[in-house]
Design a binder for this molecule. Structure first.
Ligand SMILES: Nc1ncnc2c1ncn2[C@@H]1O[C@H](COP(=O)(O)OP(=O)(O)OP(=O)(O)O)[C@@H](O)[C@H]1O
Ligand SMILES: [Mg+2]
Length: 236
């Protein structure tokens, strides 16, 4: 197998049970025994009813939740690395160079202009300022974010505007892995189709994606396969 088509994500025996310390240590089992490999150019869509554990699985892959069992290996820097046991320093490096995440809501960073927020992931990776600016402007324009807003911090933006900044920050980079949790939930049809185009471009380039999309149209346009999280429901 050459470097180009090896799985970018290898999830093995993954299980998650939350322990609620403020509820007398009550356990909430979510899933167990999850096996998943994601190849370059694949878009695996997590499916299953609300509460089945889709977001929990995505956050476990991103290294936000420490799982109760199993491993999540990501192809980073020419080797597999288990994100579930990586140090915070290594996790940050994976997020900076290898794995982007579009959450449903923007974690607002105060007082930084929108344009700079979108340029930042490029600047951090050594792209020069002019090139970073041109690429950031291009993606903001494609997402129809009014030019008048580019110099403002996104704190006061509408839900859909913030969501587009969030998407722009990830899609401006060519990450080998992109995770998306309902990225189009508060977008109108026009902007949804722009996001679909951005995702298709990234997939054609070989990005490995795992996403959650409730919108049937988006799902149908980008999914290369569905992954039913309910099959791995952990016993209560
Ligand atoms: N931080 C947490 N602490 C405790 N329990 C949690 C936590 N996060 C999620 N859960 C529980 O884990 C289960 C799965 O939640 P999750 O958010 O992954 O579901 P989901 O499939 O993404 O649902 P939705 O489609 O509604 O977004 C739920 O029962 C939820 O209450
Ligand atoms: Mg969810």
């Amino acid at each position: 197998m050459n470097d180009d088509n090896r799985p970018q994500i290898v999830v093995h025996a993954l299980g998650k049970t939350f322990t609620l310390h403020n509820q007398g240590g009550m356990s909430v089992p979510v899933f167990s025994g999850v096996e998943l490999e994601v190849l370059p150019g694949e878009c695996v869509v997590l499916s299953g009813v609300s509460g089945v554990g889709k977001s929990t699985m995505l956050r476990s892959i991103y290294g936000n939740y420490v799982p109760s069992h199993g491993s999540v290996e990501v192809w980073h820097d020419h080797a597999y690395l288990d994100i579930t046991t990586a140090s915070p320093h290594v996790t940050l490096d994976v997020r900076r160079r290898t794995m982007g995440y579009v959450s449903q809501f923007l974690r607002v960073i105060p007082r930084i202009s929108t344009l700079h927020l979108v340029m930042e992931p490029l600047l951090e990776n050594g792209v020069d300022a002019d090139d970073a600016r041109a690429r950031a402007e291009n993606v903001l324009e494609r997402l129809h974010l009014p030019r008048a807003l580019w110099q403002l911090p996104p704190a006061t933006f509408s839900g859909g505007e913030q969501q587009r900044v969030n998407i722009a920050r990830v899609m401006v980079r060519d990450y080998p892995i992109v995770l998306l949790d309902e990225p189009t939930a508060s977008l109108d049809a026009d902007n949804r189709s722009v996001v679909v185009d951005l995702m298709k471009t990234a997939l054609a380039r070989g990005t490995a994606m795992v996403g959650i999309f409730h919108d049937e149209g988006v799902r149908g346009a980008v999914a290369t396969r569905l992954f039913d999280v309910a099959r791995f429901k952990a016993a209560a």
